[in-house]
Design a protein around this ligand. Sequence first.
Ligand code: MN
Length: 202
Amino acid sequence: MTFFCIGRNYSEHIRELSNPVEEDPVVFLKPAPAMLHDNRPFYYPSFTEEVHHELELIFKFGRKGKSIPEEKAWSFLSQVSVGIDFTARDLQRRCKERSLPWEISKAFDQSAVCGRWIPIESVQRNALQFELYVNNRLVQSGRIEDMLFPVPKVIHYLSQFFLVNKGDILFTGTPAGVGPVHTGDQLRGHLNGECLFEFSIR
Ligand code: MN
C-alpha cells in the first residue's frame, strides 16, 4: 500500500512556513513501512533534531482507480480518520534549500500515524473537524471546509499520475499549528470530538 500526501492545503499553515500558495496540489508519497498505527509509540529517530507533528484528515481508498473524475471521487473512499504526517523539519529545510526531493524528511519509517478508522457513510463528510492535543493542550485544529484543494479535486489530480489501489491512504494536508514533539510527549487526535488515536513519543 501507498500513502498519498498533500502539502500546502491550508492558507494559515502556508503562512506559518512562509511557503507560496500553489496552483495545483503538492503531492508526495510515503511507502508502506511509514505506517504507525494501533496507538504504538513513536520512537524519536536519530537522524533529526526537529520532528514536527502535522495533524491531518486521512481517508482510505475502498477501490482501485485511475484518472478519477471529481464528481465520482467520494465513492472511491471507504473510511476516514485523523493521522499525523511526522516531518523531520530540519532535514526538510535542508532539502528545500537545495531544491532536492523531501523523502528522507517525510517518508521515513513510522512517519505516518493512522487513527482508528470510521466508515465514511457514518460521518457528514462536509462537516469534519479535528484536533490534536499534546500533553492535554490543544495545539492544532482544522475543518475540512478550510482546505484550499477539496478532497475530490485532490483525488482527481493525483489519480492522473498514479493508480490508486484499495487500502491506499490519503493524507490531506495540515492546518496551522505545527510544532516540535519531544520524548515523553503524549499525543491525542480527535475527529468530531471523538478520540481516534493516543500514543506517546519515546
Ligand atoms: Mn503534511
